[in-house]
Design a protein. Structure first.
Length: 95
């Protein structure tokens, strides 16, 4: 690799790491929003769900998107884990 390519890789690799951290934060925020909403944990600090969202600069639509994204990613991760377990089990049976 040339020195220029190495620098470009390092810059891009840093962006990947930052993106992974950010995506984890989005997932965690979506999960937290779902729990706060479902259990109405905001009720001591806000008169409504929308008022609570306003404190974070979120619209109801954006909050719903974050919750849905977290749920979709959780479901995808579970499907992958399930498929992996199934493939491992099948492999053991074939041995």
């Amino acid at each position: 690799m040339t020195a220029t390519e190495r620098r470009e890789f390092e810059r891009l690799d840093m962006l990947v790491a930052e993106g992974v951290r950010a995506s984890r934060a989005v997932i965690e925020a979506g999960r937290a929003l779902a729990t706060i909403r479902d259990r109405q944990l905001y009720r001591d600090t806000a008169s409504s769900w929308e008022t609570y969202l306003d404190t974070h600069g979120l619209s109801r639509r954006r909050a719903d998107q974050l919750v849905a994204a977290a749920a979709a990613l959780d479901a995808t991760a579970e499907a992958i884990r399930s498929k992996t377990r199934s493939e491992e089990h099948t492999s053991e049976l074939q041995s």
